[in-house]
Design a protein around this ligand. Structure first.
Ligand code: GLU
Length: 445
């Protein structure tokens, strides 16, 4: 046994991970059930027990490697100065540089960012990408900021992150409410500070400055690839299947569009402010046109209006949550009628809801596999930036499909071998890869 294992008893091991959750005053009051970091730790406990993971490895994964909190002063359009709070968390870097998105949202908190960074470690490992996991965010409401304020906020945040990020250290990307333009400002700010253009410092950039073909659509595209694989197993014909999509941001809108294109009937779509239900199927292209230059799809005149949470209980074959974490809980899980849930969002299902789905025989394709298309295309973008050699969209999509299918098959194999659900199987695959890197690298000094 490694020396460190002797001093960590199982009692300490479990006590150490359930520290009081950190909360920012303006963050939502998480209950232990909906606190994303506590949820991440519960999953880690499950996988640790299943794999009989060495306690010292469990300890390493139950804490982020490093966390950074920054205050970001921004000159507002009315000349006042407002100070925002931002975070970047490196969860684990044993398999490579840190990778993960940046989120702008009023409910961002350190605990949320820690959970999202943990999920990135696992997501990159499931896909066998040479990355560790990171995440960042700023507590802000982008709807209340002008473009100029967003630019100044982003540039100052990037400058504050200067000590963390870099093409070989930590590579941010878009997440909730961030986009290619924000990545362009990050890339430019970082490049100005280091004195040369460094496209590989962020992914999800506009194509004109070193972004990749296919990156923008990649998360939604990957969601559809794994759905096709799962449908094959469950005997669902996607062409006649009914799909409900929660969230109409980059992931939800692209997934809905591709499902629609493949002939599936998208019967429900919703976002934070409302949604639409049409048992005959929604014309997603028309809905996208409606949403152009609007913050929400609420008010779309064709079909019946429905609420964001009503969508989860719709009569459908496939439910695709693509919004925020903690949406499927023990309260609404019993009402879910879908046979298959594909997690386009990060952490949309609480562990309690997961148990209910298991009892009800609903297959769940977990986030760390289902939405990994985004970070996989980010990896392709980073490789192209490093080589200064760019691929065609067909090459990106072909390689993306290959890697998504490979990961799906590997997870499925573990699920069958160990008689466990797809989530636990995905964690077993990922954790074993991270643990192996930890064992081989050993402890410094
Ligand atoms: N934000 C995305 C995710 O949660 C993409 C991360 C990346 O491309 O680095 O997976």
């Amino acid at each position: 046994m490694p020396r460190i294992a002797k001093i960590v008893t199982p009692e300490i091991r479990y006590k150490s991970i359930h520290n009081a959750p950190e909360k920012h005053p303006s963050s939502p009051a998480f209950s232990p059930q909906t606190n994303p970091w506590q949820q991440a730790l519960q999953t880690l406990d499950l996988v640790t027990d299943h794999m009989k993971l060495e306690p010292w490895i469990h300890e390493r994964l139950a804490r982020p490697k490093r966390t950074l909190t920054v205050s970001i002063p921004v000159k507002m359009d009315d000349d006042s100065i407002k100070t925002f709070e931002g975070y970047r968390v490196h969860h684990n870097l044993d398999r490579g540089p840190a990778k993960g998105g940046i989120r702008y949202h009023p409910d961002v908190s350190m605990d949320e960012v820690k959970a999202l960074a943990f999920w990135m470690t696992m997501k990159c490992a499931v896909m066998n990408l040479p990355y560790g996991g990171a995440k960042g965010g700023i507590i802000c409401d982008p709807r209340t900021l002008s473009d100029k304020e967003m630019e100044r906020l982003t540039r100052r945040f990037t400058a504050e992150l200067g000590i963390f990020i870099g093409p070989e250290r930590d590579i941010p990307a878009p997440d909730v409410n961030t986009n290619p333009q924000i990545m362009a400002w990050m890339m430019d700010t970082y490049s100005m500070n280091v004195g040369h253009t460094a496209p590989g410092v962020v992914t999800g950039k506009p194509i004109d400055i070193g972004g990749s073909e296919g990156r923008r659509e990649a998360t939604g595209y990957g969601v559809v690839v794994v759905t096709q694989e799962a449908c094959r197993i469950l005997g669902i014909d996607l062409k006649t299947a009914c799909v409900a999509v929660q969230g109409f941001g980059n992931v939800g809108a692209n997934a809905a569009r591709i499902f629609h294109k493949l002939g599936a009937r998208v019967v429900g779509v919703s976002d934070k402010d409302g949604g639409v239900y049409d048992p005959q199927g929604i014309d997603i292209e028309d809905l996208r046109l409606f949403k152009k230059n609007k913050p929400s799809i609420a008010g779309y005149p064709k079909g019946r209006p429905i609420g964001n949470t009503d969508l989860l209980a719709l009569d459908c074959d496939i439910l695709v949550p693509c919004a925020l974490e903690g949406q499927l809980t023990q309260d609404n899980a019993p009402q879910v009628k879908a046979r298959l849930i594909v997690e386009g969002a990060n952490g949309p299902t609480t562990p309690q809801a997961d148990k209910i789905f298991k009892q009800n025989g609903i297959m769940v394709i977990p986030d760390i596999l289902a939405n990994a298309g985004g970070v996989t295309a980010s990896y392709f973008e980073w490789v192209q930036d490093i080589q200064s050699f760019f691929w065609r969209a067909e090459d990106v999509n072909e390689r993306l499909t290959q890697l998504m299918r490979r990961a799906f098959t590997e997870v499925c194999g573990i699920s069958k071998r160990d008689h466990i659900d797809m989530r636990l199987a995905a964690y077993v695959l990922a954790t074993e890869r991270v643990a192996q890197a930890l064992r081989i690298r050993g402890i410094y000094p």
